[in-house]
Ligand binder design. Sequence first.
Ligand code: T4K
Length: 377
Amino acid sequence: MSKAKPFSRPIYITRPILPNLNQFKNKLKQVWQNQWLTNNGPQHQQLEKKLRLVLQVPYLSLFNNGTNALLTALKGLNLKGEIITTPFTFPATPHVITWSNLQPVFCDIDNDTLNINASKIESLINSKTSAILAVHVFGNPCNVQSIQAIAKKHNLKVIYDAAHAFGVEIDNKGIGNFGDITMFSFHATKLFHTAEGGALSCKSKKLKKKIDLLKNFGIVSEEQVIEAGINSKMNEIQAALGLLVLKHWRQEKQKRTQLFKIYRRCLKDIPGITIIAPHLNGKNSYQYLVIRINQEEFGYSRDYVYQQFRKYNVFTRKYFFPLCSQYPHYKYLPSASKSNLPVANQVVKEVLSMPFYGNLSLKDAEKICNILKSFQL
Ligand code: T4K
């Protein structure tokens, strides 16, 4: 194989959907005409209604980012004591537990889906446990049936972090219908985005009302404040952008399914390389394309591959290295010990997020795979 040349421009793992600038200017004109910039304005109301339908959930509340949404979910469910969660996630997941004066308890992950291993949850439950905070990592759904059964048996709440799972369905139902509350992130790096943004879905009008109060200081009216809320509102400019991005996300996903086919074809014969996400079964978000590198079979470690790619102007990412359980403020926890998390500690050394976005050409995806192959020669 002839040696591939480095890309002339940096290739990142993702690039945001950017709607036509003139269309965005037109949207901004509407905002200017309304002279209404935030606090549940017309753009916000439209986006909330449309997203509720796209995500197929009964109730949805928009937020200024996913982390604040998750923080509000914990507050809204009145949780106490310990929350069982995964160490293989973005820092936001355990940090919202800590910010709520609760204790994260790390549970090991499943070797195939990389999500919390439902069969390991029960041994971590004690009288202080009040909830399970699970993450649909890389858009691959958790074992929601088993998690629900455990929660029911032990009277626990279930919160799903679906930051990566926009538009995913489980048994033809929107993923936001599982658990007590589900969080979505609309950060610029997500399939659907509002630059920064997020949402919570839930199943009761009462809980939606509480969530909406909590994200707006607990204000009911000019003279009545009934909750110790915070300010986590999505503004009109974010919502206006979201309304335009919403017109493009299906096409973006379609382009990514084509890219996925290229990656699958080109990577299938490389010993030691497997694709983790998008998962072959079920309806994935096509949010990330994640490979796993078995050093023994491939001949080189994930860290070597990551470094080598940089020489070709390809900036892959080691999501989610290091594990959250290795952060200085969590590593002292008994549940953070390596012996409690053997699978997570192995997986985190092997995963690599590859470039994956609609504007990446099929030819460039093929070239990236050829570069990877060339490391073995
Ligand atoms: N739970 C989970 C499981 C999550 O993954 C996240 C966020 C959250 C909760 C919290 O949700 P938010 O509060 O963020 O809504 C990025 C995102 O900032 C973060 O939202 C996301 N997960 C995480 C997995 O990825 P970084 O620090 O890795 O992003 P950054 O700036 O390195 O961007 C990655 C690549 O994307 C860049 O190399 C280039 C490209 N990029 C990025 C931005 C911001 C662009 O092309 N344009 C852009 O505007 O965290």
